[in-house]
Ligand binder design. Sequence first.
Ligand code: 3PG
Length: 301
Amino acid sequence: MNILVATEKPFAAEAVEGIRKEVEQGGHTLVLLEKYTDKQQLLNAVAAADALIVRSDKVDAEVIEAGKNLKIIVRAGAGYDNIDLVAATNKGIIVENTPGQNSNAVAELVFGMLIQAARNGFNGSTGRELRGKRLGTHAFGQVARQVARIAKGFEMTVGALSSRNISEEGVIQISDIDELYSNYDIVSLHIPAKPNTIGLIGYDLVSKMPKGGILVNTARKEVIDEAGLMKALEERPDLTYLSDLRPSNADEWIEKFANRVYFTPKKLGAQTAEANINAGIAAACQIVSYFANGDETFRVN
Ligand code: 3PG
């Protein structure tokens, strides 16, 4: 089988070597399409692929249509909002993700951005500490769990908004969204982009945050109501927004809010060698295992 790895944002070289090893040991052929700049390159490459591994790469109905031989698509990562599940399902193509494999990397970035903000961008002026602050996670999936684990190490008070019972020691169950935004100094977003979360985080919620509140987004751009959040930041000069997902008009935000906002140059939460190795190799193993014995453990469609 031809297993295509199509990554506009490539995996670390060690991850690619690990993927190659798994693919070849499974008796398959690895085809690499990295740093492509044009969708046509993906359409051409997918035409001969039996399986596809991607990251945030957009796999829409046209790509799926072009993948005449495609049997399985694995999103090496958590969020699969970049894949048209309906189009894949209609073609009988299995879609999987690799939950948890890159979650520590994303969680570490949350704290990287938090410390940078708490120390005023390392400009030498008097900063603040994280110890003793209240950090709440919006949702409690794999990344949020890692965030909670690290936050406990900082001796923060940790809460998580979840409808499911939280059994983790030292994590306060938050069952009401208003409680999360009203009571926590730092809110870290860990919701997927779904119809019921798109544009959810805006003026009403963020305005509830306590004085000096910090909103951290390592989840998805789409969950933010950018106009609403901007209005909240305009009205509340004490609020800060840190994000791994640049808003549409990032320059305007930076001009307006200066050091009260920080945006990574491009989404890099999962961009560590370790996360690439974990997620990339997991994706390869899942495909090999599907072809070997029909294993569909991580199927999402
Ligand atoms: C994920 O959903 O796994 C993360 O957002 C990472 O995405 P990336 O593979 O594009 O870095």
